[in-house]
Write a protein that binds this ligand. Structure first.
Ligand code: HSE
Length: 308
């Protein structure tokens, strides 16, 4: 049978104030994946990259997502998968979501689109459970839907695709490891009512800002009084990146997902490039290796790039 080739984008979960409920897809970086439907049952995974990820389906985020999908078909079909990762695992840029979502979107295409986008998010969340210990959809949803998504509820799934004005995104990925499971473990399990009020005001403000193309409101709402104060301690240089980016004209920003990447949203490309230079300067001075990206919001999500 013919393989399908897809591109699966990096995503930024949380968008500062929206822990586990907001996420955005990026145009860069993107994983590549080739998936072939097979009459031979089971899943065979091959990696075409440097990351040494597991190839046993039950231990692989793409594998477990695809197993969820195959269960609905009584495991009557099989798949061969080749994954070429460009989103570094553990970056905070939705690497596991790109694999898990990418493979189920590709499989669905090969099967004649028998599942809805919501079904695909449900299958792909098995990958997030394997990667981080909990099911969350704030990377998977924007990966599949594109743009910015709000996950009002996970059980049952209620996903809302949000419009947003054009924005540039500057990202720095300092090359340290922050495991999502650890970054979740350190969070306080209870929040103060005064913090909760501030947080839900900001989430509502951010969503309204996106919908009304109001950059000022977006900027004012990019504030996190619950998660960032705890997690930012794991990321060297975080406060300096944030302060100097804001001084250089960022609308706002913070930790990408559970980190260690940091992102800043900008209205203008010039400001985004200036912020990238600031990010480089900070990590050069710390002699800490890093990657940077200046990119835009990816409104398409996963794309079928080539059918052979
Ligand atoms: N919302 C999740 C978290 C995203 O912040 O833990 C993890 O990538």
């Amino acid at each position: 049978m013919n393989p399908v080739k897809i591109k699966s984008p990096a995503t930024i979960a949380n968008l500062v104030c929206g822990f586990d409920v907001l996420g955005l897809a990026l145009n860069e970086p993107q994983d590549l994946m080739e998936v072939t439907l097979s009459e031979k049952p089971g899943i065979r995974i091959q990696h075409n990259d440097i990351y040494n990820l597991p190839t046993v389906p039950e231990q692989n985020v793409a594998g477990v997502a695809l197993l969820e999908l195959m269960q609905e078909l009584d495991n009557a079909v099989g798949f061969d998968i080749i994954i070429e990762k460009h989103i570094k695992p553990g970056s905070g840029l939705g690497s596991s979501a790109a694999s898990a979502a990418g493979v189920v979107v590709a499989a669905n295409h090969l099967l004649g689109n028998i599942f809805s986008k919501e079904d695909l998010v449900r299958f792909a969340m098995a990958g997030e459970k394997l990667a981080s210990g909990v099911k969350h959809a704030d990377n998977i949803s924007p990966c599949i839907y594109g743009g910015i998504t709000l996950i009002r509820s996970i059980f049952p799934l209620d996903i809302i695709a949000l419009p947003a004005p054009p924005m540039y995104v500057s990202v720095v990925h300092p090359q340290i490891e922050v495991k999502t499971s650890d970054a979740r473990e350190i969070l306080r399990k209870e929040v103060l009512l005064k913090d909760a009020i501030k947080q839900w005001g900001n989430i509502a403000g951010l969503v309204a800002g996106f919908m009304q193309n109001d950059y000022g409101l977006i900027s004012r709402s990019l504030e996190d009084v619950i998660i960032e104060p705890v997690r930012s301690m794991l990321i060297p240089g975080f406060d300096e990146v944030k302060k100097r980016s804001m001084d250089a004209g960022a609308l706002g920003g913070g930790i990408a997902g559970s980190g260690p990447s940091i992102f800043m949203l900008c209205k203008e490309e010039n400001a985004a490039k200036k912020i990238e230079a600031i990010m480089k300067d900070i990590y050069n001075n710390m002699a800490l290796a890093y990657h940077t990206y200046v990119t835009t919001i990816n409104n398409k999500g996963i794309t079928i790039s080539q059918e052979l």
